[in-house]
Design a protein around this ligand. Structure first.
Ligand code: SF4
Length: 358
């Protein structure tokens, strides 16, 4: 399930790796810092425009590394400012990437970590597709860079990506090493310099990988909880049959919270299903009030989905009840509903129209 890359991509190197690579090939290791500066700080991706890089290095790069970025094959702009992209990798496989604006000029890129997903959550459109393959670290970094280039060329300085969430297609911890490497590249001081608070890793609850999180950069962690009862969670997320709530919470307690600060619990709120008084009681008993935050996500309906979004009054009531029990609770507003924002929906609808496999 490896990507079909004949050459290693330039965007899969940390600075240190790139320095070593140049040194091993008889070139100055300081060129690595200059290239990082062009790509990640100046967002200049064409080697012919790298004025302080010699022709000898440019020829070496062209012959030995893949310099192309994933290609945006479709983009949509919502009335609320959300931009959605369908991004094709070098083997033609596509993933969704979404840029979501927020207060204080924040622009968060929701990146995908896999083509499809093996977890099979029943509320998720991507979950119906199964896993095609993992993304390489350069393909994860590449989503950020190709959207950066799009914004620079088509929109201008008014929109710059500031944050990253691993909440696109795929289970990031199922692709642990590539997501870890991409995160290290996002955080490089010589490059994008994204702070650990600007990156959020979201997981469906892969317990063995959660237990390895102290070996991952100390970014924000979000757990897709979605239910506080095992029977409901198993219906929504088959992974709960392998790792139930007790095992999940035990694994979460191994995370060094001094580094990660707190855990955000994502909770998709579904009408007449997990929005009942007994769900509020169970959440209050399950979660530790001092280091937990709950993020309620009203269900985003898609064609043929079995679930419904609760009313605004019900959502507000659910939030208030949790707050009364001392749990910090926010409600995520639905973004980009007019541009097929449900996870995986765009990919399914657009691939046929774009004839991507011709
Ligand atoms: S919600 Fe996330 S983990 Fe679950 S099937 Fe969809 S992409 Fe996979």
């Amino acid at each position: 399930m490896k990507p079909n890359l004949e050459k290693r991509s330039l965007y899969s190197f940390t600075v240190e790796e790139l320095r070593d690579y140049f040194k091993e090939n008889g070139l100055s290791k300081f060129v690595a810092d200059q290239i990082y500066d062009w790509v990640y700080k100046k967002s200049v991706f064409e080697p012919e425009n790298w004025s302080n890089i010699s022709n000898k290095v440019k020829t070496f790069l062209n012959e030995n590394l893949l310099l192309t970025l994933p290609k945006i094959v479709w983009d949509g702009h919502s009335v609320d400012g959300t931009r959605k992209f369908l991004v094709a990798m070098s083997d033609g496989k596509t993933v969704e990437t979404v840029a979501i604006p927020a207060k204080n000029d924040r622009l968060t890129l929701c990146v995908s970590s896999q083509v499809g997903c093996a977890i099979g959550c029943t509320f998720c459109h991507t979950g119906t597709m199964g896993l095609t393959r993992h993304l390489d670290s350069s393909e994860i970094v590449g989503q950020f860079l190709t959207v950066t280039r799009f914004l620079k060329e088509k929109v201008g300085e008014s929109e710059r990506l500031t944050n990253i969430v691993y909440m696109g297609q795929g289970e990031p911890l199922h692709n642990f090493e590539h997501v870890k490497k991409a995160t290290q590249i996002f955080m490089e001081d010589k490059g994008l310099m994204l702070g650990q608070r600007k990156i959020t890793l979201s997981t469906s609850g892969l317990v063995p990988q959660i237990e390895k999180l102290n070996d991952f950069p100390p970014v924000n962690v979000a757990i897709s909880l979605h239910a506080a009862h095992n029977n409901i969670r198993s219906e929504l997320m088959p992974i709960n049959k392998a790792f139930d709530l007790e095992r999940l919470l035990k694994a979460i307690r191994t995370i060094n919270l001094k580094a990660h600060r707190w855990i955000t619990y994502e909770y998709i709120l579904i009408a007449n299903y997990n929005d009942r008084p007994e769900d509020i009681e169970a959440l209050g008993e399950l979660l530790d009030k001092k280091d937990s935050k709950i993020n309620l996500i009203p269900f985003n309906e898609y064609p043929d989905s079995n679930f419904k979004r609760p009313s605004d009054e019900r959502i507000k009531w659910f939030q208030d009840q949790l707050m009364k029990r001392g749990l910090i609770t926010t409600v995520r507003t639905t973004k980009g509903a007019d541009i097929l924002a449900a996870c995986g929906q765009l990919k399914s609808e657009m691939e046929d129209k774009l004839n991507l496999w011709d």
